[in-house]
Design a protein around this ligand. Structure first.
Ligand SMILES: NC(=O)c1ccc[n+]([C@@H]2O[C@H](COP(=O)([O-])OP(=O)(O)OC[C@H]3O[C@@H](n4cnc5c(N)ncnc54)[C@H](O)[C@@H]3O)[C@@H](O)[C@H]2O)c1
Ligand SMILES: O=C(O)C(=O)C[C@@H](O)[C@H](O)[C@H](O)COP(=O)(O)O
Ligand SMILES: [Zn+2]
Length: 371
């Protein structure tokens, strides 16, 4: 098992990455669960695949489980589910010192974390991520949120978990499309500041996705360590350091909004496309070579992710995508700082981007022939 510490000032915590943690969840949570009854929030798919195993382990350690099983999918990160889930937790008389378990992907983690942040002005929670995306990214760092009709993650809070338990065995039941979507956030760490890791992804990404256990553990632990380092430096995204984790997200969130947060485009798929766009836009501005930008696109495509926005079949133009971007949380006094690249592993926050130049760039990408 790999153990990575997230060294934030107030309350450092561990991310444990290993095989079989779900079957041992009762033991892994020892000392944190104060009451016999434990609220576990999950979704229908995760409950079907892992509910019995989790419940058996918690029971073996003297706990009964109160399940809240939500619909699977992005639509669950909503005001309605937030309100209903908070009311459910209140009815269970959850106290500030109690832990809620978030068993699932980023949707369950983001929603549960936000419930924990607002319940009685903050109670505790444990992230038990079951998707690749949640293991390498969303379960770590304390960003919690719901979506609103105006856009992605627009209502939320920074609220750190007490513990993260990432069971690599959970990835065995994850559909291939979801594994691929999560892989986009793995590649992101290479592109941000670790060219060697990007090269590792090129060499090993396909085998890791196909199920090689040692490669999986390396990819997850390396990604978590990268995220933990950045979060420890800039927990609340105030210095610009944490914003690096948003590489590909300004484009990606706009594409998610344009596709109605539907299953037509998963978050990770949007990030993959967004990183290709960020690379190509960096090349267009002359900050990065076209060869390097196309190296990014090639790797995204060769693992099986879409690398061309033309593949989405959108009917909108670039200006419509830019309008979504105006809701980006990085907006500052009317300007939108952009994550751009000076090369692979050299991402930086550019405050000089002229949004009126982004729309025609996107128009040309929307019209780019699909190979
Ligand atoms: N808080 C953060 O820092 C952060 C970071 C990245 C992404 N996110 C958010 O995370 C969300 C995406 O998360 P996601 O990709 O995990 O999606 P998700 O939570 O929707 O899970 C993907 C799908 O896989 C199913 N599933 C999950 N685990 C499974 C398993 N082990 N076996 C079988 N099926 C399983 C789910 O039911 C769902 O259908 C987005 O809302 C995104 O905004 C947040
Ligand atoms: O942890 C972060 O910081 C991230 O930006 C990670 C992203 O992968 C994640 O999708 C995050 O939720 C996006 O943040 P947002 O602030 O743009 O909503
Ligand atoms: Zn993301």
């Amino acid at each position: 098992m790999a153990v990575i510490r997230v060294d934030i000032a107030q309350r450092p915590y561990e991310v444990r990455v290993g095989q079989g943690l779900l079957a041992e969840i009762g033991a892994e949570c020892r000392g944190l669960l104060r009451k016999r009854a434990v609220p576990v929030i999950t979704d229908t798919n995760v409950h079907a695949a892992w509910g019995d195993i989790v419940e058996a382990s918690l029971r073996a350690h003297g706990h009964e489980v109160h399940w809240r099983i939500l619909p699977a999918g992005e639509q669950t990160k909503s005001w309605d589910e937030l309100a209903a889930t908070v009311n459910w937790l209140l009815a269970l008389e959850v106290e500030r010192g109690d832990h809620i378990l978030a068993l699932g992907g980023g949707v369950i983690g983001d929603l549960t974390g936000f419930c924990a942040a607002v319940l009685k002005r903050g109670c505790k929670f444990i992230q038990v991520p079951t998707t690749l995306l949640a293991q390498v990214d969303s379960s770590v760092g304390g960003k919690t949120a719901i979506n609103t009709p105006a856009g992605k993650n627009l209502v939320g809070a920074f609220h750190q978990p007490s513990l993260v338990l990432a069971d690599l065995a959970a990835l065995d039941t994850l559909p291939e499309r979801e594994r691929l979507a999560g892989y986009a956030e793995v590649v992101k760490y290479g592109l941000i500041d670790d060219a060697d890791f990007f090269a590792w992804c090129e060499a090993n990404g396909a085998a890791m996705l196909a199920g090689d256990g040692a490669l999986r553990e390396y990819a997850v632990a390396h990604s978590v360590a990268a995220k933990a380092r950045i979060v420890a430096e800039d927990e609340f995204e105030t210095t610009g350091k944490r914003a690096l984790l948003n590489l590909g997200h300004t484009f990606g969130h706009a594409l998610e909004a344009e596709t109605g947060f539907s299953s037509d485009l998963l978050h990770g798929e949007g990030v993959a496309l967004g990183m290709v766009l960020a690379a190509r836009y960096s090349a267009r501005l002359g900050h990065m070579s076209t060869a390097s930008a196309e190296r990014v696109a090639r790797h995204i495509a060769e693992v099986g992710l879409r690398a061309e926005i033309a593949e989405l079949g959108l009917t909108c133009d670039g200006a419509a995508l830019v309008r979504h971007m105006l809701h980006d949380k990085k907006m500052d006094a009317g300007t939108l700082p952009f994550l751009l690249m000076q090369g692979i592993g050299k991402t930086y926050l550019d405050k000089q981007v002229d949004l009126s130049d982004v729309a025609p760039f996107l128009d040309s990408e929307l019209a780019r022939p699909i190979k």
